[in-house]
Design a protein around this ligand. Structure first.
Ligand code: GLN
Ligand code: ZN
Length: 771
């Protein structure tokens, strides 16, 4: 490039695309149901993109300086990249038209599957709660520029008077996140296809330049992660080669490589040695890097506004950190640390948070405004933004001093904890006491907790919220539901019963609503994957439990049956992982507070005669830090908080936990350290692969590898269930094995639930007879 266009003084790496009132979700689901056409959906999407641009401009981003990212997606940005470069797995070849393109319906089919064609696998996007679709790459993948959607969106913006900045997942990250296709030979590395992929990116950059794009953003978070199993030297070699090639193109926009979710470490000097024009540095997660050769000619885009949390934060400190980058390069600009995808749209959409809490928060729109302010401060000097800096500092001070943020009683309790609070008695003694107390058969059968959340249940909850049902009427309806679920479980013949969780809107929000220290939002939706959104609670203060939460429900359930009823709680790590957490103390400290609240609840359940309590920790794996050096500390506090929550019970009380993923290997020691008496895990989807890890890990407590994949309405046959159980018994002694589904049943219908559970019991009967 001869003349480099100026990089915008302030920008964001991406903006929520689901819509302020989840308009995109509704439009996409209407299209799926056949209620609307592809053209109508395109129209809605164009409308959303247009209002996003207008909004961003009104919040202070420039209309024509490339500061507005073009970060829309109908479903997922990694799927978008796959479709852009033509990486469609062979099982979906029929979706590709003669022109090599895939239409909107085909795009969604990749994400959702069709008939017996499984969709692309879904997995977590770095250490966020967002899930992306995993591209499948093999030697047979033919890369080509198969979609010009990204060019068309740029042109659409142009026609409306904007010069925006197209955004796409970069080629290194794309291949690092891909998995080998079905056709690929053993040991195949998608990264080995880099040389064939880069020319497609080159072509795309050429098209964008021709359309008038001045800057393009290539997202390369793959560079900051150590949990990707490609040797680092290979990744760095690929990085140097790719950006040397792209850099040398004579027709291209200026290149901005963004590396959110951590620090670039040894990738920074490599990137500095290429001819990319701008590098995004996550200064929220990473430190200001040391002086690096080559960096002084780059624009350094200081990611100082946290895209990952909802706090207003310390603006003065953010400005100082950005200024520190000036030691490394004369051109420094302001940005968010990550895309704003992870935060809700707008605090001003909330009416019930109270003035104090509201003043401490910044959702996406507030963060955009912060970027604009800081950019002004960086260029015109801090004095120019002194009122804003002072206001942010005042909000921070008010937060630090506010009642509830620090609760003396909670602090005294966490301060007084000793090692004994984290340990139960010997497992052998517990086992004996529990066998005596519970008298369960070999291969005990149970479920993971929830039963189908029917339309009536949801309606009742909505009516309670609106006030058209009284608290007592609602309670009676839920009790009737519980009685039905108990009768059903007795009829099917399950050994350990559950109440079915009808009273819970969500396994985290339910507890957040019942604990002090949390607030819940009305419109604070964030995209989880595709059209799925969650509304995380806000953990703003010290956590305590004003009164028992689940005890009445469990006691009622136990009164209906002589079989043991399992109390059902969400664990501390999962409560934190699926909420917005406070940033003013280490997470481990917050986890201990939540653990103590749960410990009280478990104590109350035990005192009320509940002999089994399950504490779900599906998010234990999810929060595992990307950087290996941070993992031991994480495992220490996360496992510790589970133990603190559960260690207060007598030997005879059986503690269960549930984890819903099957990549067990990495955290197997941690799972053993939880010291739960029984652990249920997802296993059916991976055909019991996980039992080998369990065997290899020498795990000797109770274990329930799921036999029924509850993610689809398919009913597993008795034969299939029997085989899975036999597989489990091939690796694990029978006395340890429990029989259960992969996960809770709340998203299932009753028809398949009843049939599947009946088959599960029949398979158990058959296998019990053989051993
Ligand atoms: N007990 C919860 C349920 O059954 C567990 C859900 C989960 O693991 N995500 O719904
Ligand atoms: Zn689960």
């Amino acid at each position: 490039m001869t003349t480099i266009p100026e990089f915008p003084s302030g920008t964001i790496l991406g903006y929520p695309r689901i819509g302020r009132r989840r308009e995109l979700k509704k439009a996409v689901e209407a299209f799926w149901s056949g209620a609307t056409s592809a053209d109508e959906l395109e129209g809605t999407a164009a409308g959303l993109r247009s209002s996003t641009r207008e909004r961003l401009a009104s919040l202070g981003l420039g209309r024509t300086d490339s500061s507005i990212p073009e970060s829309f997606s109908f479903y997922d940005q990694v799927l978008d990249a796959a479709v852009t470069v033509g990486a469609v797995p062979s099982r979906f070849a029929s979706l590709v038209g003669a022109d090599g393109r895939i239409d909107l319906a085909g795009y969604f089919t990749l994400a959702r599957g069709e008939g017996d064609k499984l969709p692309l696998e879904m997995t977590k996007w770095f250490d966020s709660n967002y899930h992306y679709l995993v591209p499948e790459i093999g030697p047979e993948t033919v890369f080509s520029l198969a979609s010009d959607r990204i060019v068309r969106e740029f042109e659409e913006a142009r026609a409306a008077g904007f010069t925006t900045r197209p955004v796409i997942v970069g080629p290194i990250t794309f291949l690092l996140l891909s998995k080998p296709s079905d056709e690929a030979p053993v040991g195949f590395q998608p990264l080995s296809r880099l040389d064939d992929l880069v020319p497609v990116y080159a072509e795309l950059l050429g098209r964008l330049a021709a359309a008038g794009a001045e800057w393009v953003q290539l997202d390369e978070p793959g560079l900051v992660s150590e949990s990707i199993d490609v040797p680092r030297a290979e990744t760095l070699g690929a990085l140097a080669a790719t950006y040397a090639t792209l850099g040398q193109l004579d027709r291209r926009p200026a290149i901005f490589v963004a590396a959110p979710y951590g620090s670039l470490d040894d990738a920074l000097p490599v990137l500095a040695g290429t001819s990319v024009e701008a590098i995004g540095i996550d200064l929220v997660r990473g430190a200001v890097p040391a002086s690096t050769p080559g960096l002084s000619t780059k624009v350094l885009v200081a990611g100082v506004v946290d895209g990952h949390n909802i706090w207003r934060g310390d603006l003065r400190n953010a400005l100082t950190r950005a200024e520190a980058l000036r030691e490394l390069s004369p051109s420094v600009t302001i940005a968010t640390s990550t895309s704003l995808l992870h935060v809700p749209h707008d605090v001003t959409d909330e009416s019930s948070l109270g003035a104090d809490l509201t003043s401490w928060l910044a959702f996406a729109d507030q963060k955009v405004a912060q970027v604009a302010v800081l950019a002004r401060g960086l260029f015109d000097g801090p004095a120019a933004i002194e009122p804003e800096l002072a206001a942010a500092a005042a909000a921070l001070e008010s937060r630090q001093a506010a009642p509830g943020v620090r609760d003396g009683a909670v602090r005294v309790r966490t301060g007084a904890l000793s090692a004994a609070d984290f340990s139960r008695g010997d497992y052998v003694d517990r086992l004996a006491a529990q066998e005596e107390a519970l008298g369960l058969p070999l291969l005990p059968t149970t479920t993971i907790g929830s039963f189908p959340q029917t339309g009536e249940i949801r309606r009742a909850r909505a009516q309670l919220l609106k006030g058209s049902l009284t608290e007592a009427e609602y309670r009676a309806l839920m009790q009737a539901e519980i009685a039905r679920v108990v009768a059903l479980q007795e009829e099917i013949g399950l050994d350990v019963l559950v109440h079915g969780e009808p009273e819970r809107n969500d396994m985290v929000q339910y507890f957040a609503e019942n604990l002090d220290g949390f607030a819940v939002t009305e419109n604070g939706w964030v995209q989880s994957y595709g059209s799925r959104c969650t509304r995380p609670s806000i953990l703003w203060g010290d956590v305590s439990r004003p009164r028992a939460i689940t005890v009445d429900w469990s006691v009622y359930t136990q009164s209906l049956t002589t079989k043991p009823v399992k109390g059902m709680l969400t664990g501390p790590v999962t409560i934190l992982a699926w909420s917005f957490v406070r940033d003013d103390q280490p997470l481990g400290e917050t986890a201990r507070q939540v653990a103590l609240a749960l410990r009280d609840e478990i104590g109350d359940l035990e005192a009320a005669g509940i002999g089994i309590v399950q504490v779900d920790e599906p998010a234990l794996r999810e929060l595992l830090p990307l950087k290996k050096e941070q993992q031991p500390d994480y495992l220490d506090w996360s496992v510790g908080s589970f133990r603190l929550a559960t260690a207060g019970v007598a030997d005879a009380t059986q503690i269960h936990t549930h984890l819903c993923y099957s990549e067990f290997g990495v955290v197997i020691d941690a799972i053993a350290n939880l010291d739960a008496d029984v652990t249920s895990i997802e296993a059916a989807r991976s055909r019991m692969e996980v039992v080998h890890d369990i065997e290899a890990g020498g795990f000797d407590h109770g274990i329930g590898p799921g036999v029924w994949d509850i993610h689809s309405p398919r009913v597993p046959s008795v034969t299939e269930l029997t085989e899975l159980l036999e597989t489990a018994l091939g690796s694990i002694p029978a006395r340890q094995v429990w029989v259960n589904p992969d996960c809770g049943l709340k998203t299932r219908g009753y028809a398949e639930t009843v049939d599947s559970l009946k088959n599960m019991l029949e398979a158990t009967r058959i296998v019990r007879e053989r051993i």
